[in-house]
Write a protein that binds this ligand. Structure first.
Ligand SMILES: [Zn+2]
Length: 464
């Protein structure tokens, strides 16, 4: 039995990493700021599925060109939210709770409704206005208190009451405003679903379930409900809208439902303790998702060779599934067999058609063989992957090792500096970058990158 912390330590196929700490020196990466410091789950299979869920919705909302990214957070509570115009955040807990693809698609449709409606900006304006209003109210309250003191009324309570009353009125008006936005997002969400020939049933059923849970479990309320209040009239209005669509009874295609079930199985296998996995997916369940969850759990907590046998069984059932080969490679690599991991990872890379996270895993296996020729192969592989995934955990550290093995100390220093920078360790990053500069031709592209890091100011906050 491993502690929960172990899930956080493994940064491979499911990489849980605090991404991109520290300031960025490339403007193109400014968008990554939104995910700073959050425990993000990175996984090619799940990310691809969620992109497939969201793409038609975003397109019908006219947001296809905005490169909205879905970010999965390692949190078991039900939540999904937008914080800026470029990211939709969803908790692993929401993915796990959703029984059908249509439920998650419904959540995305609702969040896209917020994005398309520009709600964040409007809410910020309202908040700023509310703050101004509360300052005015406070001044008025101070005035009342002063007036009360002058007229000889005992105590400052009148003043305090004068301060409190307008503030709670402001809170009420803000809450009413948030509820209006929620209604608008529901409305827009159902419209996007209908426009893409999809049902609003998942959204409706999910919201009903969440609202019921809140009624029967007041001790714990999902964060989603705190930001998405679900009064009965909201759910009733959604029901009318959803049932008005000709697609209300349309079901998810079976192959999409299977991918959804595989996602939930994968999350359980990686994030749950074995006893939970086996309760959810008992040995009597021979379905592919159940076998997937058990194979992952076996590799994470049990016998390596047994895990490989189970994964080989999965491969036999679906010989063209890249993620089974990825899992096999990961299990072998982490089991201390990097040379054996290379073949399945190569196969995964070929089948996945452009999956930088799997490229990085292959690079890691190549480097772990401690073979110079393999290290030479790993360098361009990692560099290409990093071009797509500049925040990928550990990839720069891997690259530094590969250069080190090749004997290219200047590039090794630069890559190690970038690794430290991505971790948010600016001090180490600057030291390594300074040393890299002394070894690089002045003015070369690598020298310029090193120089960029040297000139980054250390952040004022000590917790970076
Ligand atoms: Zn909402």
């Amino acid at each position: 039995m491993a502690p929960a912390g172990r899930a956080l330590a493994l940064a491979t196929a499911i990489a849980v990493a605090a991404t991109g700490a520290g300031p960025t020196f490339e403007p193109a990466r400014a968008q990554e700021q939104a995910t700073r410091g959050l425990p993000v789950i990175r996984d090619t299979e799940i990310e691809q599925l969620l992109r497939d869920y969201a793409a038609p919705i975003l397109k019908s909302a006219g947001l296809a060109k905005q490169d909205v990214r879905i970010v999965i957070l390692n949190d078991r509570a039900f939540n999904a939210f937008v914080m800026d115009g470029r990211h939709i955040f969803i908790n692993a807990g929401a993915l796990f709770d959703a029984r059908t693809p249509n439920e998650i698609i419904g959540v995305f449709a609702h969040e896209t409704g917020h994005l398309a409606g520009g709600h964040l900006m409007k809410l910020r304006e309202q908040l700023a206005a509310a703050q101004t209003a509360s300052i005015i109210a406070m001044l008025a309250g101070v005035g009342a208190a002063v007036a009360g003191a002058r007229s000889g009324v005992s105590g400052g309570n009148i003043g305090a009451a004068a301060i409190m009353a307008p503030q709670s009125a402001i809170q009420r008006s803000l809450l009413a405003y948030v509820r209006t936005q929620e209604d608008q997002a529901d409305h827009a969400g159902v419209k996007f679903l209908s426009a893409t020939g999809q049902s609003g049933r998942g959204m409706l059923e999910l919201f009903k379930r969440l609202a019921d849970e809140a009624l029967f479990n007041s001790r714990y309320v999902d964060p989603y409900l705190q930001t998405h209040p679900m009064p009965p009239e909201r759910v009733a209005a959604l029901e009318v809208m959803a049932k008005g669509s000709p697609y209300f009874d349309r079901k998810d295609p079976p192959e999409l439902q299977l991918r959804h079930d595989m996602m939930r199985a994968k999350l359980s296998g990686f994030l749950d303790r074995p006893d939970t996995v086996y309760r959810r997916y008992p040995l009597s369940d021979h379905s592919l998702p159940a076998r997937y969850a058990r194979a992952i759990s076996t590799y994470r907590y049990g016998n390596g060779r047994e895990a490989i046998m189970q994964i080989d069984g999965l491969i036999q059932t679906q010989p063209n599934n890249p993620y089974f080969y990825e899992l096999k490679g990961q299990a072998l690599l982490e089991g201390g067999h990097p040379a054996e991991a290379i073949a399945p990872l190569r196969h995964a890379v070929t089948l996945a058609h452009g999956a930088p996270l799997i490229d990085i895993l292959l690079g890691q296996a190549l480097i772990a063989t401690e073979n110079t020729k393999n290290a030479e192969e790993a360098v361009p592989l990692l560099r290409a992957a990093l071009a797509h995934e500049p925040e990928a955990p550990d990839a720069y550290a891997q690259l530094a090792m590969a250069y080190g093995r090749k004997g290219d100390l200047a590039q090794a220093d630069l890559a190690a500096a970038q690794a430290a920078f991505t971790r948010g360790d600016i001090k180490t990053a600057r030291q390594l970058a300074s040393r890299a500069k002394t070894r690089l031709p002045v003015g070369s592209p690598a020298w310029v990158r090193a120089d960029d890091i040297v000139s980054v100011k250390a952040p004022a906050a000590p917790n970076n």
